[in-house]
Design a protein around this ligand. Structure first.
Ligand code: PEP
Ligand code: MG
Length: 581
């Protein structure tokens, strides 16, 4: 038996047989062409681009029948990469100037693109290398007259183990037969991860060397919830996972039956459960998990494109797509939150000695007003396509908020003067993730229509513990009495001015926290769409009276250890399945 820890990319447990997917390796020929042959090489390239384009259009058509925007969006992105004039220009330049055969020119050009992307500290951009490789492989296949192995005709149910799974493999694979995915490469924001979530196939990526340890047909367990993969499990482990799997399946069915029901406590308090998304492709999964809207769209993941800033038009298209696909449910788009742990690739921005406390997020936007203006304009224009709310991150006090609101109004007036159509009543809100904002919540609440608590940062700043540093992770404790007191201050401050409070940090999707947050008076929980049914089930199983009593008890306690122990016991007693996880 061997156990591996990877990145949990798509939830769920699956036990099955390994299908070792060794994507066909295409050897790239390298030779010199004569100056007379250059024209012919370029023509071969153009023909292969057209053929590849046809293939992608066919692929898109076959997908459009089933209607998913996730899948067709990815194929569209591949067509755009294929038709990128700069890519073609560089390849042709190599053929002309260095007399490379076109396959080699393609290989070398794509390699340099990938190297640039890989240097990025932005995970999202890094993972676009799989898309570029995918397109290049198709193109190379057509230059060499080879068609690719496909995963679309599998004869039995399998768990795919591969070094990497390219987005087009994931798109075309037989979804009835692929029950799980485990790969060496990839991360949470790769398109393969997004597709696995959209198809609801448990997946663990980033396992680094799992392919070196498995054989076709081996028994394998993929636990997408905890990011664990086990090969050839021994009897005891197998039985324990079989039990877990049964529990999970039972739980899934029970929870999904709740989709059409409201998140309402036993004594009638209605809560809104919304979803967090990083890319527009996720909206399908948001709707299928019964979300009341999108509580956090992290626009910065989309905002920066490899080598260039997203234009107003790019942004307008993406925001409009999200708004239009959400069936008029509210969509809260957060303005750019770059810096800190989210760096902008290919620039020296944010290279500061203390970036978490430095020039990040709204501070960056207010000094790069050109970038901020472009985003606000795109948001305003997109507002006619749905139910938009705009949220500003990292606000630390009232002066800063006033300046942001003034700038927003300035851009709004400009758009009015230009005669652009937009919603004139877009609700504006702020994230509360800096302790000074939490402590002055009652003052800030007079200026905006809603709050959303970003516990990921709020906890980091309150306990002074870097949220990404493994060494101090033991201090990162949502149930620290200091954090709980701040949460209470924020919610009371907001309610004193009659504005609602959401939470979009990870704490909102943690089942152990749900009753406490209810008892504190939180109005909206926003989380990964997978977690929505589970949190709904918890909310529907308790009363506000119980939740308030629980909060009363833990506020008497002195340490997070004591609180943690008590809350775990309280929840495990009422929600048996939590014990098994
Ligand atoms: C947060 O800080 O809790 C939050 C939701 O924002 P992010 O994780 O993107 O910083
Ligand atoms: Mg944050």
């Amino acid at each position: 038996m061997k156990k591996f820890q990877g990145i949990s990319a798509s939830q769920g447990i699956v036990i099955g047989k390994v299908f070792f997917y060794l994507d066909e390796y295409l050897r790239v020929p390298e030779y010199e062409v004569s100056p007379e042959e250059v024209e012919n090489e370029i023509e071969r390239f153009d023909v292969a681009v057209l053929k590849t384009r046809d293939e992608l259009v066919q692929l898109k058509k076959s997908l459009t029948k089933d209607g998913g925007i996730t899948e067709t969006g990815i194929v569209d992105a591949h067509i755009m990469m294929l038709e990128d004039p700069e890519l073609a220009r560089q390849i042709k330049k190599r053929v002309k100037e260095e007399l490379n055969n076109v396959e080699w020119a393609l290989h070398e050009t794509v390699k340099s693109y990938i190297e640039i992307l890989k240097m990025s500290s932005d995970e999202y951009l890094k993972e676009r290398t799989y898309d570029i490789r995918d397109v290049a492989k198709r193109l190379l296949g057509n230059l060499l007259y080879k068609s690719r192995i496909s995963l679309n005709s599998l004869s039995e149910e399998v768990i795919i183990v591969a070094h990497e799974l390219l987005p087009s493999d994931a798109l075309t694979m037989d979804k009835r037969m692929v029950k799980g995915i485990a790969t060496d490469a990839g991360g949470k924001t790769s398109h393969t991860a997004i597709l696995a979530r959209a198809f609801e196939i448990p997946a663990v990526l980033g396992l680094s060397h799992i392919t070196a340890e498995v054989r076709n047909g081996d028994q394998i367990i993929v636990d997408g919830t905890s990011g664990i993969v086990i090969i050839k499990p021994d009897q005891e482990v197998l039985e324990s996972y079989e039990r877990k799997l049964k529990q999970w399946q039972k739980k899934e069915v029970e929870f999904l039956n709740l989709n059409m029901l409201a998140a309402e406590t036993r004594d009638g308090k209605k809560i809104l459960l919304k979803a967090n998304i990083e890319v527009p492709e996720e909206t399908e999964s948001v709707l299928s998990h019964g979300a009341d809207g999108i509580g956090l769209y992290r626009s910065e993941f989309f905002f920066i494109q490899p080598g260039k800033l997203a234009t107003e038009e790019d942004q307008y298209q993406a925001y409009s797509r999200v708004l239009a696909s959400m069936e008029n449910k509210s969509v809260t788009i957060r303005t750019i939150d770059l810096g800190g742990d989210k760096m902008m690739p290919g620039t020296a921005y944010f290279q500061e000695s203390n970036p978490i406390l430095g020039w990040r997020s709204i501070r960056f936007c207010m000094t790069r007003k050109d970038i901020f203006r472009t985003q606000i304009r795109a948001l305003l224009r997109a507002s006619v396509h749905g139910n938009l709310r705009i949220m500003f991150p990292m606000i630390s006090g009232v002066e800063e908020l006033d300046q942001v609101l003034d700038f927003y109004n300035e851009v709004r007036t400009e758009c009015d003067d230009e005669g652009l159509k937009f919603d004139h009543n877009i609700p504006l809100g702020i994230m509360i993730e800096v302790p000074s904002a939490a402590l002055t919540a009652d003052i800030l609440a007079r200026k905006v229509k809603f709050f959303s608590i970003g516990t990921n940062d709020l906890i980091q700043y309150t306990i002074a513990v870097d949220r990404g540093n493994e060494r101090v992770a033991y201090l990162y404790e949502p149930l620290h009495p200091g954090v709980l007191r701040l949460l209470r201050t924020i919610i009371e401050g907001a309610h004193s001015e009659s504005i609602p409070v959401a939470m979009c940090g990870e704490m909102a999707g943690d089942p152990y926290m749900a009753v406490i947050l209810l008892g504190l008076g939180l109005d909206v929980f926003s989380m990964s769409s997978f977690s929505i049914p589970e949190i709904k089930n918890i909310i529907r199983s308790v009363s506000m009276a119980q939740a308030e009593e629980l909060v009363g008890t833990i506020f008497e306690m002195k340490s997070y250890k004591e609180i943690d122990r008590f809350v775990k016991g309280w929840m495990n007693e009422r929600f048996e399945y939590l014990k098994q996880q």
